[in-house]
Ligand binder design. Structure first.
Ligand SMILES: Cc1cc2nc3c(=O)[nH]c(=O)nc-3n(C[C@H](O)[C@H](O)[C@H](O)COP(=O)(O)O)c2cc1C
Length: 217
């Protein structure tokens, strides 16, 4: 078993999974038992996750891909001041996939993998009650990161995906998610494909001083 620091360092977004290596349910429930120790406002425990595996996962991926063929996902645009970060990440991710900057077709194929959960055998949809607000989304985030770290410690890979939330009607219809639940994101879970170079990508972070301020006097 990993210690916490190794799990934090080893976790990274996995963008191709071994389709045929199932995810043991007990590893997921162990990870969830740890994740629900996350703090939340007034102990509301605002997280709600719907998981799909087996034929349910396949039907969901098929329906999402079908919709992706018809319409663009409803994902909020990044504000202009932050948009360059998405471009920089795209250059890194597609670079390690061997997709050239101007190869629109290869890029489209790579993006479409989002809606087949990067071949992961287990797909989660992360929701929160519609009446809760951004403070409670902080609690969901804490739960989610703890979940990912516990999965990492058990040898499982993951990728959080806003792209999946871009087709909420498909998710609701396929998984029976009630209207009172706001769909925040998806999370793909499985064993990473060791042959896929992009899975080794370590995405850089800003230096601390770009995001943190200490005021002492
Ligand atoms: C809320 C959220 C939404 C994300 N959505 C996507 C997504 O739709 N597709 C994707 O490939 N990665 C997605 N990611 C993964 C980020 O791109 C990734 O976490 C970031 O680039 C840092 O890389 P790392 O996770 O490998 O450390 C998402 C991550 C978060 C937390």
């Amino acid at each position: 078993m990993h210690d916490l620091e190794n799990a934090i360092r080893d976790r990274r977004s996995i963008r191709l999974f071994l389709r045929d290596k199932p995810v043991p349910r007990e590893l997921v429930t162990e990870s969830l038992e740890l994740a629900i120790r996350a703090p939340s406002n007034s102990n509301i425990q605002p997280w709600h996750v719907v998981f799909a595996s087996g034929p349910a996962r396949d039907r969901l991926a098929e329906a999402l891909l079908e919709q992706a063929d018809i319409a663009a996902p409803n994902v909020p645009e990044l504000p202009e001041a932050f948009a360059h970060l998405r471009r920089e990440l795209g250059a890194l991710v597609y670079g390690t996939m061997g997709v050239a900057r101007n190869d629109a077709e290869a890029r489209r194929v790579a993006v479409l993998r989002n809606w087949e959960f990067f071949r992961a055998p287990l797909a989660g949809i992360v929701c929160m009650h519609r009446d809760l607000g951004h403070v409670d989304a902080v609690g969901v985030g804490m739960f989610l990161q703890t979940f990912l770290l516990a999965l990492t410690a058990r040898g499982l890979g993951s990728c959080v995906q806003v792209s999946v939330a871009g087709y909420p009607e498909v998710l609701r219809e396929q998984l029976g998610i009630a209207e009172e639940m706001r769909i925040l994101c998806g999370v793909s879970i499985g064993y990473p494909d060791p042959e896929f170079a992009c899975n080794q990508l370590i995405v850089p972070r800003n230096p601390l001083e770009a995001n943190v301020t200490f005021i002492e006097s």
